[in-house]
Design a protein around this ligand. Structure first.
Ligand SMILES: Cc1cc2nc3c(=O)[nH]c(=O)nc-3n(C[C@H](O)[C@H](O)[C@H](O)COP(=O)(O)O)c2cc1C
Length: 191
């Protein structure tokens, strides 16, 4: 089984990527294949509400001249989808929200194709806003009829400079346990 993991930070090798790599390692240890895609070098334009996805119903977004549709394809194929974002002014990054707006809308135009998949957000900030951003991102998963595994705390961690998040012991443990729960859930759902 496969988990598709997206890092919504524009910063290469930053804290969100660090934390998602921890998630991937823990999933791999539990025999879940992972693919981590970084949005830092991708272009994801915003949803323009053209509503063409409701007409074509072909599981794609009508905005074709960016990286969105190739990422959506990976989301559709995966058993689990995990998105990580840093907190920017108390919210997720624009790259992250553009991806989720378009993916969520295309899915709803196509019989909710994320239904029954497993997924959850992971959030990093220097000081504050993790809970708001975690909640903000949860809205995508729960309206998409997805199943969200928990952990012993919310999937949040602290860090400002690149690499700082690796010193947040509780944050690391939380996302490791989240990944273990995700793997266990995937195997239970498949049984
Ligand atoms: C535009 C911008 C806005 C930010 N807003 C917040 C914020 O509201 N709260 C906070 O604690 N940190 C904030 N930060 C700090 C980042 O969340 C923090 O540096 C994080 O580790 C960045 O993750 P990354 O290394 O994956 O890019 C902000 C950073 C930037 C660049």
């Amino acid at each position: 089984m496969k988990a598709f993991v997206v890092c919504g930070s524009p910063r290469l090798e930053g804290n969100t990527q660090n934390l998602l790599e921890v998630v991937c390692d823990s999933l791999n240890k539990k025999n879940i294949e992972t693919e981590l895609v970084l949005l830092h070098d991708k272009e994801i334009k915003p949803c323009i509400a053209c509503e063409k996805c409701k007409e074509t119903r072909d599981r794609t977004c009508a905005t074709k001249n960016d990286d969105f549709n190739s990422i959506l394809e990976k989301m559709i194929k995966a058993d689990a989808f995990i998105i990580g974002s840093p907190v920017y002014f108390g919210s997720a990054t624009s790259q992250t929200t553009s991806l989720l707006h378009r993916a969520g809308y295309v899915a709803r135009a196509n019989d909710n194709f994320f239904a029954g998949k497993v997924g959850a957000p992971v959030v990093v900030a220097r000081r504050s806003g993790q809970n708001f951003t975690y909640a903000q991102l949860l809205f995508f998963f729960t309206i998409s009829d997805m199943i969200v595994p928990g952990s012993t705390y919310w999937n949040i961690a602290f860090g400002k400079k690149k690499g700082e998040v690796t010193h947040d012991e509780e944050g690391i443990k939380t996302v490791q346990h989240f990944a273990e729960n995700t793997a266990d859930l995937l195997f239970k759902l498949k049984a």
